[in-house]
Write a protein that binds this ligand. Sequence first.
Ligand SMILES: Nc1ncnc2c1ncn2[C@@H]1O[C@H](COP(=O)(O)OP(=O)(O)OP(=O)(O)O)[C@@H](O)[C@H]1O
Ligand SMILES: [Mg+2]
Length: 316
Amino acid sequence: MSLLEIKNLKVAFSVDKYSLEAIHGIDLSINEGESLGLVGESGCGKSITALSVLRLLPPNAVINSGEIFFNKKDILKMNNNDLRKIRGKKIALIPQDPMTSLNPLYTIGEQILEAVELHSEYKGEKAKEIVINALKEVQIPDAAEKYNAYPHQLSGGMRQRAIIAMALSCNSEVLIADEPTTALDVTVQAQILKLIKTIQEKHKMSLLLITHDLCVVYNTCDRIAVMYSGSIVEEAPTKELFSNPRHPYTKALLSSLTNDRIILKGQPPAITEIIDGCKFNPRCNFCTDICTEKIPELVSVGDNHQISCFNSLEIS
Ligand SMILES: Nc1ncnc2c1ncn2[C@@H]1O[C@H](COP(=O)(O)OP(=O)(O)OP(=O)(O)O)[C@@H](O)[C@H]1O
Ligand SMILES: [Mg+2]
């Protein structure tokens, strides 16, 4: 079993007496030290998937089925005590906007120190040393001085580095980075991604990197899962996905990086929209009768390569 394993996860939202399913039974797994990119357009369910892992879903969300195993234990069945050991310790979340997880009233050093003291046997000066070393490792200049800086005194890139330092000081085993660079300048984006990759490899952490940008995952991830409207439609090792995309949606996404752009008609559906069969069928050039009648399952089309499409042979 993988270090982190999501099985048949279904998440719905209660909206005005209706239950609207946003995640339709997805499976994902990440091995120790492995990096998985989760890619898809806005609204396809990437963040809801990440928040499910940490059980930090909005109050109107309900997990209707599924299991999320971390180290063979189902996070969805854990009591609050065990859950606290997972959140921020074993599994760290690097959010899009670090201000959402940093407290503006405390210095970054104090906040990381608190996490270290809470989650390890280290206290006082020893814990502080761990924090300063982590701040150095994420290349925050003048780390000992920046220990005393408040979040608003740091740039966006430096705040993201501080969050990564928190994961480092707590020896997190999994990093979940949800669009960690979209709020940053392009040059800073590249630096932060490089840092995430370096730290992940050096400390053999597992990484779930969430983005709508395929170029971001190309250089950072071992494997990529492509999500469309609450389902995984394709999954493959990175090189294989880029050289041999098989799902019509992945092909269209990748074509945006070339001169042979495939323009998709329409927009991804809202969760209120009811689409029979494959959710991608209204936008698909390969749609046949079965696509509007049945939901395709993920099937193997090669080594570690899976797609959910009835017409995989026709479009290969
Ligand atoms: N609290 C909520 N109530 C109802 N629907 C919600 C709620 N939160 C999210 N959704 C819906 O769930 C779906 C998935 O949302 P999610 O935030 O996971 O998308 P995403 O892939 O992370 O998008 P983005 O790239 O914009 O961050 C969307 O259609 C969204 O509108
Ligand atoms: Mg999101």
